[in-house]
Design a protein around this ligand. Sequence first.
Ligand code: UT7
Length: 328
Amino acid sequence: MSIYSRIAGTGSYLPSNRLSNQDLVDCLAKLGLETSDEWIKTRSGISARHFAGDSELTSDLAVKASQAALASAKVQPMDLDLIILATSTPDNLGGFPSTACVLQDKLGAHNQCAAFDVQAVCAGFMYAVSVADAFIRAGTYRKVLVVGAEVFSRILDFQDRGTCVLFGDGAGAIVLEASDHPGILSSALHADGQHRDILCVPGRSANGALSGSAFLTMDGKAVFKLAVKVLEQVAHEALERANLKPEQIDWLVPHQANIRIMESTARKMGISMDRVIVTVGEHGNTSAASIPLALDVGVRSGQIQRDQLLLLEGVGGGFSWGAVVLRY
Ligand code: UT7
């Protein structure tokens, strides 16, 4: 009999500090930067975002989201076989040690389960879920915690109005369990390093100092154009692998970067916006955390029901992108 992986529980966490567009506009004005609620809303669909406190780390956000996911899955931390954490803002420079190892300790999962980070920026959760699914289907592991967690506020340049108004902090998590019933039906992952410069943090660590900028830089227009193109392609690819048509999908759960990108993908797929989980307005772009955050909001709001078909998709720096089709 085949083994599949199935979502046993979801969880998420947003830091308590919520900034509306107007709050941010007022803060930025003090720094001499001009922007407006109207510009942010019309260009991106974002109304607010949450920023972590000074002492809050990615692993702290990840713990809260993971505890919620474990509770809803009725799984104890000590029963986990593997923890995969997708992040581009690890606790320590160079992601060393991995934030997944920090999370394991903070969760009290002291059973020496495997733990590692995945780096595919905003597509990180798609990569992490695909890897977890492969481990479960191979029979290697039975209970896997998959997390996306970020503190992007730490890498934002508050002198660059083209980026600093778009991102937020947060974490989302799922527990994937081995099951006789599918579960994850298909996934498709891609990357193209030729486009690595359009969305990146250019700085490098050199001889004990930072060489170059530690802030996120983005060519918004280039990212937008490429994102719209590859998201449609990868969504179709994942659906074909699952032998499904877009009209059979109950919910599209996209990466929450820009409402215009989500609307474009949904329109091209023939999926109406009332079948799309949208959280970008309240969360902003939380990179690897955005899809599991949206998924958990969809589940806890009662929109997403058991046995429904979901299409998850994400795109980000690298350039990297991916999609996952699953029966919830
Ligand atoms: O998560 C990874 C994936 N990331 C994304 O998917 C982001 C993709 N890109 C985007 O979402 C959009 O390109 C943005 C929201 C970043 C920008 O929207 P846009 O429609 O492409 O605007 P733009 O960059 O062409 O800027 C238009 C104007 C410019 O002024 P001029 O040159 O036309 O006079 C900018 O200087 O808007 C100006 N501008 C702003 N004005 C007020 C840029 N940022 C701001 C701002 N407030 N915050």
